[in-house]
Design a protein around this ligand. Structure first.
Ligand SMILES: [Zn+2]
Length: 241
């Protein structure tokens, strides 16, 4: 597996996900001191392989907190990997932004100027983190119609069974009934909301973490309690000739 650490979806900006087996990249339980050295060294290795000097991640809590990484606060984020939040964006080049998931939706956003990434699970989507992200970028003066989005691998409607109460909370528009249960389509909800806000161009990676190749994808529901995929996005500084 080690020659197979990540998969890329897009090269400009660069975005992708670490795969199962790249588990040191995927740790996000940085609360324990003994995790710091392996996590730091494997993150550095990932950055080196991708050609980026820095990776910024957050302490994710299924919140609707979105941070902008700027020249002024970059150092603060790098020194404090446990800042709470579930979304990041920046206009800076040469910074990788990362979120961790195992079934939740990784949401990548980009335009000519901006790259962003969001961890959006059921609870985050209920708190509308995807909409908060768009609002914050708009408030900062960027034209949201120029953005594209990509939804990465997550647990899809084929496998995401929920109680009737949850299906109702989300609206039955996003649920189907089969095998005596309700199955929720979080992706459809996110796409609808984004398109209604003017982010028209987007697509989804057609991989369900629960029922796709378990040698590549972690699934919390299938029993992976501690490992996560690290999803990343960043833009490289244009080389001047
Ligand atoms: Zn599935």
């Amino acid at each position: 597996m080690t020659n197979h650490l990540f998969t890329l979806y897009h090269h400009k900006p660069l975005m992708g996900s670490t795969l199962r087996g790249a588990s040191q990249y995927a740790y996000h339980t940085l609360e324990k001191e003994e995790d710091y050295p392996p996590v730091t060294s494997s993150r550095n290795e990932l950055c080196q392989r991708l050609g980026f000097p820095h990776l910024v991640t957050l302490h994710q809590t299924h919140s609707s907190i979105v941070h902008r990484v700027s020249e002024e606060n970059l150092w603060y984020f790098l020194q404090n990997p446990l800042i709470e939040g579930d979304g990041l964006w920046t206009t800076l080049p040469d910074i990788l932004l990362g979120v961790f998931t195992a079934d939740c939706l990784p949401l990548f956003f980009w335009s000519e100027d901006v790259v962003g990434i969001v961890h959006a699970g059921r609870r985050g989507i209920q708190k509308e983190i995807h909409k908060v992200f768009v609002e914050e970028v708009m408030k900062a003066g960027y034209d949201i119609s120029r953005f594209q989005f990509l939804i990465g691998p997550h647990i899809r409607q084929c496998c995401y069974q929920v109680g009737e109460d949850v299906a109702q909370e989300f609206s039955f528009t996003y649920a189907i009934q089969k095998n005596n249960g309700w199955y929720l389509d979080l992706e459809k909800k996110v796409i609808n909301d984004l398109q209604n806000m003017g982010v028209k161009r987007g697509e989804s990676i057609p991989i369900c973490t629960f029922c796709s190749d378990p040698s590549l994808w972690y699934s919390y529901r299938r029993g992976d309690r501690h490992c996560r995929h690290l999803h990343f996005i960043g833009q490289k500084k244009e080389k001047k000739n």
